[in-house]
Every structure is written in C-alpha cells, then in structure tokens.
Design a protein around this ligand. Sequence first.
Ligand code: UDP
Length: 335
Amino acid sequence: MKKILVTGGFGFLGSHLVELLLSDTDNQVHVVDNLSTNPVPIDDLLSQLDYPDRISHSITDVENFCDSWSGERYKEIYHLASVVGPAGVLPHAGRIAASIVNDTMAVANLAMSCGARLVDVSTSEVYGGGQDGFCSETMFKVVPAKSSARLEYAVGKLAAETALLNLSGTRDLDLRIVRPFNVTGPRQSGRGGFVLPRFIGQAIAGVDITVFGDGKQVRAFTHVKDMVAGIVCAMKNGKKGEVYNLGNPANRCSILELAEEVKRITRTRSRIVFVDPTTIYGPLYEEANNKFPDASKAIAELGWEPRYGRNQAIEDTFLYMKGLPERLLFHLRGF
Ligand code: UDP
C-alpha cells in the first residue's frame, strides 16, 4: 500500500483528487483538513466513495498536524489546504500570507522527515495577470504598488513557492509545484465568490445572473477532472524542483460569454445583468486581471493534456447542482 497525505482533501479540488487517488487500489489516503474554507459535505462524500476502508482523516490545522507528526511514512504528499476565492479570502486579510507560508513550511518539513515527494498546489494568481493575460512559467511576476487581500494571497503563495524551491535546491526536498488556472466543476462552492456555481445557482433559482463589470474580463476555465489528473501527473512525471501551469487555454472566454453559455445550457429564464461586485462583497473585493495559461510545459513534460471543454464543465456542474437537495444547493450557490 502506498500511503498518501492530502491536505485540504475535503475541499472542492481536494475531494476530486482523493477520489482519483482511491481509484488506484494500491493507494491509502489520509486527509488533513480544518473545514474552514467551504468544505464539501463530508458525510455525503465519504458515503459515496467506493473504497472507504482506504481513507482516514484528521480534522485539524495543517501546522498542528505536521508538528505532531506520528511517524507515519507517507510516500506522497499533496498540499492543497489554503484559504481560497476572491470573496473567501476577504475575512482573512492580514493573516492570509502568514497562514499560507506557515502551513507550507510545516508540510515541507514533514515531507523531508518522511522522505515523501511533495506536490504543492499553488495558484495562477502569482502571475498578477501575466502579459495581457498570457501566463508562462518563464515570466517575471509583477507586484503592483498597492495592498489588498487578493494581493496578500498571491504574494503569500509566491513566498511559499520560493521557499519550497530553495529547500528543493539546498535541502533535498523532493518537490513539484503546480499553478492551477480557474478550476471549476461539480462541488465548487459559490460562497468563495467563484463564478460558475454562482451563475448556475442563479440560473436554477431563476434570479438575475450577475456579470461583474462589463463582462469582458478573460479567464480559461479548467474542468476539475482535468485538474486533478494534471496534479497526479505532476507527482508521477514532474521533474524535481519544477513549476507547472495547469489549465486549458482552449477554454478561454470572457465572463459575459460564460454567462450566455450558462443561460443557454440551463435554459433558464434568468436575465443577465451587469453589476459592480463591491455592492455585493464590499469595497475590499478586487477583480483579477485577465489570465489564461501557457500549458505547453505541463503537456510536454507530464504526459497530461486537458480533455474537457468549457461546456462540459458547465453541463457537469449544472447536472450536479440541479440534483442536489435544497440544503446542499444553498451551501454551494453563494448568493
Ligand atoms: N464574476 C462575475 N459574477 C459573479 C462572480 C464572478 O462576473 O457573480 C467574475 C469575476 O469578476 C471574475 C470572473 O467571474 O472576473 C471569475 O471569477 P472567479 O472568482 O471564479 O475567478 P478569479 O476571478 O479568481 O479568476
């Protein structure tokens, strides 16, 4: 049995990763999660898993868990635990960067203690918008002259990445880093501000679909199934000390186009309206720059390729959300 640790394994992305890992009967997974950031409904998840005997969990902070290491020798560690979302980060302003760096360093120490390979799940936010939205691993990261919760998140993730890369270079940390671009799909919560579950929740409820600003902002949405496959490929095939963008450039679109596609696929009678997001989330809400990935490095080196189109992500999320009981739908739609 291969023992694998997943931090944040009860979040949206983590829960899909755990499912994929358990589909390999050689894997045994331990999840550490403090349930602070939109956890998926755990009882429902655990009852749906095909292999409940190969999953265990600790409901606690990552730092606590790592500092009281039991001596268990994990072969692989996936570090996903983090505050997330343009709205989700706001209540944590002032503590975002510290928590990201402290948790990540604790995970790195644990990985070195057990001789585990570590995949750190960072963020495309570190690019700050790249060059007119195009983001490649070889680019400089730009830190603008301002402060905000969103910037604290990006800078915290970048600081953690930089420290990990230094440990990989000097202290033999067996590391790979991935930077996801706008992952979306079933179980994502609109409560952190994420756009697709918000739009679909609005479409199901028959209320206005709220496009922020003029809707011309560009993103490249990546189906969660592609994303977790890429994360596992980074663990298996990634090179030590390398950073990989994970995203689907072919799914690039404006947010207005996304809203129109949601309207068509869900056949809702909701109207599309243009709103100022600060009227919903307050003055601290910040829009990200346009962003879409250069994913060629991951495709060339990881034996991975994104397969799902944008409409598949919309359809799968719609199918999931419309089948939910009201208590869970309310939990996900976030408006
Ligand atoms: N967005 C929107 N309406 C909403 C929620 C989000 O128009 O109700 C926009 C948001 O302004 C952003 C895009 O959707 O431009 C993607 O937002 P998300 O939070 O999913 O990702 P991020 O901004 O972090 O890339």
